[in-house]
Design a protein around this ligand. Structure first.
Ligand SMILES: [Zn+2]
Length: 489
């Protein structure tokens, strides 16, 4: 795996810029301390060696840590938050919190020591009212910070210039690649944050436009029975279900992970009922209830005992949970057509009596084409989530909307979309879809005018042909969810 160069897209700064920036920071801190004279001020930045101090990837590192740090402080009263992400001298953030200096400083040190990216961060904690303007790690009984390269005292290494800039940069590039690329690390978040991230993922997918054939705020796409408000209602109705899935994973004991799936299935049926209740009987998120519920339970399980799991471990848990899905839900109930009952007529081939009549598109497609659909994806550990979804999200530049559109389109070609096949009536639609996505990418993707125009024309074409890429939309939701937990969004 190639090491990502996070400095490649950045602009070099002069020493003068750095000095000016230091004055600016001191002014911001003084201002905050005077306005919140009985509170504690926290200043957060990255330690980035060399002339390039900001870039899209450097910002990703910053936000991954910034979000986690703020969430750790959430039990404390945060009074003000400011972030300046685009400064040439590097992203910086400040917050004010109504708690004792020492308590906040200890939390910051725990973050620096335990979070995967913590050692890249520089967190200053200060107040006007405490006797000491700033507390050092040593005063609180912690060891001085160690150097990223040689594990000696970091301050001494910096002072003596022991390591050259290229070695320091290589080290940060390696850390970025380990955290975001090779096998993303997911911090151990609490239940509330996880459920919110999942709900956010549903809402963010819904409001992203223009999505070919899908419901968005501008168009109902190829759906007559629902609109954006159905999706808002439906998304909000799921938060409690997401909490249950997480809790089921966190508290699960045992090795047979198929049992974890059985544990959450009743909650899934209940969530479906609630979805139908708020949408007046329209299926907005059935696929999401299934796949995201399993992903959340898997993450809950993988992050038990406050461990920060890797994405590949979470995916392994997903696949172990779903190990018997294809066998139990499809193979036993529905023999693929053509393989059995070869002397029967067409009707008999499809429906082996009412008891086993395919009730979903997925079941029908297994019977007709032996496609395993979302169950197969689960059994396979939702691979496109890491290989395509998160990768595109990480590499895409521009606004959140642009990044999500690029991610949706990339996902569309990497999965077998059962909604597309159901609506078109033939799996051959996948080849056509691949061509559309290639054309979209050839025109520069969502960040270009050409790509945006093409998306709008695709939306029209999908509406005319009554097509909808519901399966890709489900995968986009999974990607946003994990993107949120790793800090990519
Ligand atoms: Zn060193």
């Amino acid at each position: 795996m190639e090491i990502v160069d996070i400095f490649a897209e950045g602009c070099p700064v002069q020493l003068e810029d750095v000095l000016k920036n230091r004055d600016w920071r001191v002014a911001v801190q003084d201002h905050l301390m005077q306005h919140f004279s009985t509170s504690t001020v926290v200043a957060v930045k990255l330690n980035v060696p060399g002339e390039v101090k900001n870039s899209p990837s450097i910002k990703q590192l910053f936000f991954a840590g910034w979000r986690l740090l703020l969430s750790k402080m959430s039990s404390m009263a945060v009074q003000k938050v400011t972030v300046e992400a685009d400064r040439l001298t590097g992203p910086e953030g400040f917050f004010v919190i109504n708690r004792e200096l020492e308590e906040v400083k200890k939390e910051a040190i725990r973050f620096e020591e335990h979070f995967f990216l913590g050692r890249l961060f520089d967190i200053d904690v200060m107040t006007l009212h405490a006797p000491a303007y700033q507390l050092s790690r040593q005063e609180l009984g912690f060891a001085p910070r160690t150097c990223l390269i040689c594990s000696e005292n970091a301050k001494e290494c910096a002072r003596s210039g022991k390591h050259d800039i290229s070695a320091l940069r290589d080290n940060i590039n390696q850390i970025y690649t380990d955290y975001f690329v090779i096998d993303p690390v997911i911090p151990a978040w609490d239940q509330e944050t996880v459920a919110k991230a999942a709900t956010f993922a549903c809402l963010a997918e819904a409001v992203t436009w223009p999505k070919p054939g899908l419901v968005d705020p501008v168009s109902n796409g190829a759906h007559q029975d629902m609109d954006i408000y159905s999706f808002l209602d439906s998304s909000l109705s799921l938060e409690n279900y997401f909490k249950k899935c997480f809790e089921a994973g966190r508290t699960f004991r045992g090795d047979q992970l198929t049992a974890l799936l059985s544990t959450i299935r009743p909650s899934g049926r209940f969530a479906e009922g609630r979805m139908f209740q708020v949408t007046d009987g329209v299926n907005t998120h059935k696929g999401t209830i299934f796949s995201l519920g399993i992903l959340i339970a898997a993450y809950g399980y993988a992050s038990r005992n406050e461990q920060s799991p890797s994405l590949s471990f979470v995916q392994t848990v997903v696949s172990r949970m779903g190990a018997q899905l294809v066998e139990n839900d499809l193979k036993e109930k529905f023999s693929p057509s053509g393989l059995t009952d070869s002397k029967g007529d067409a009707d008999k081939k499809v429906f082996k009596g009412n008891a086993n009549r395919p009730s979903t598109a997925g079941e029908q497609q297994y019977q007709d084409y032996q496609l395993t659909g979302v169950r197969g994806e689960i059994a396979g550990g939702l691979r496109p989530l890491s290989t395509v979804g998160l990768k595109t999200l990480r590499e895409s530049r521009g606004t959140t909307r642009v990044r999500l559109l690029n991610t949706l389109m990339a996902l569309a070609t990497s999965i077998t979309d059962s909604t597309m096949i159901k609506r078109y009536g033939d799996p051959k639609i996948s080849q056509q879809l691949n061509q559309w996505v290639q054309e979209f990418e050839a025109r520069g993707g969502a960040e270009s005018k050409g790509g945006q125009d093409y998306l709008a024309s695709l939306d029209q074409a999908f509406i005319e042909k009554n097509l909808s890429m519901g399966g890709a939309a489900d995968y986009l939701i999974l990607t946003i969810f994990i993107g949120r937990l790793t800090g990519l969004l």
